[in-house]
Design a protein around this ligand. Sequence first.
Ligand SMILES: Nc1nc2c(c(=O)[nH]1)N[C@H]1C(S)=C(S)[C@@H](COP(=O)(O)O)O[C@H]1N2
Ligand SMILES: [Mo]
Length: 219
Amino acid sequence: MSIEDDPPPPSKLSRAKEEWARARRGLSGQPPSPARPRLPPGQRETADFPVLDLGDQPNLSVKDWSLSVGGQVETPIRWDWQTFLAQPQTEIVSDIHCVTTWSRYDNLWAGVSARHLLAMARPRPGVKFLLLRSFDGYTTNLSLEDFGDEDVLLAHSWQGKPLSREHGGPVRVVVPKLYFWKSAKWLRHITFSDRDTPGYWELRGYHDRGDPWAEERYK
Ligand SMILES: Nc1nc2c(c(=O)[nH]1)N[C@H]1C(S)=C(S)[C@@H](COP(=O)(O)O)O[C@H]1N2
Ligand SMILES: [Mo]
């Protein structure tokens, strides 16, 4: 047996790399825990669930509600309430960070994952953005990458109960990693596109992306 068959004793670098592998360093979405504090800069935690919107809260029964998905997709979608509930259901616990500086921890949401919707609609090559459109006329834009995050949900329930009208029932979007204005209530339509279209607040001085940890509040 030749000595070359044995691996060399670990160098400082290879020990470091083993450590990085154990910590899964570099894997998207899972930074080592101290890298990202739970409370983003400038936020304070609250136990309340404030209501913020344009002031017109649509009164939709589930019979009136449907979601359409169009633009640059292979398979346009229209889901009425029954069809929406027949999709695979996901539960997610996530934190809310509102640009007005309140954060609310540990919200249990239930609904259909954005990833499932993407798998069904299949955005065409070149699509990089989408616009959410709501029953009150509200709009907000997202990158395809942010919408496709594993924790993004089209939610119909909060804390185990149907989502109330004031919080966006029957169905709202929840994008936990961005400020809450990106989480459209009373969701009506999603348009996929190769171009970015600013929404209601983005046209009024809010940041295009809205990452709370980077304090992307305003332009
Ligand atoms: N359809 C619709 N969605 C909306 C809004 C709105 O006015 N209309 N306001 C946004 C803003 S600015 C915030 S902070 C959150 C507030 O959600 P909440 O009322 O459930 O706390 O909803 C977002 N989604
Ligand atoms: Mo907001």
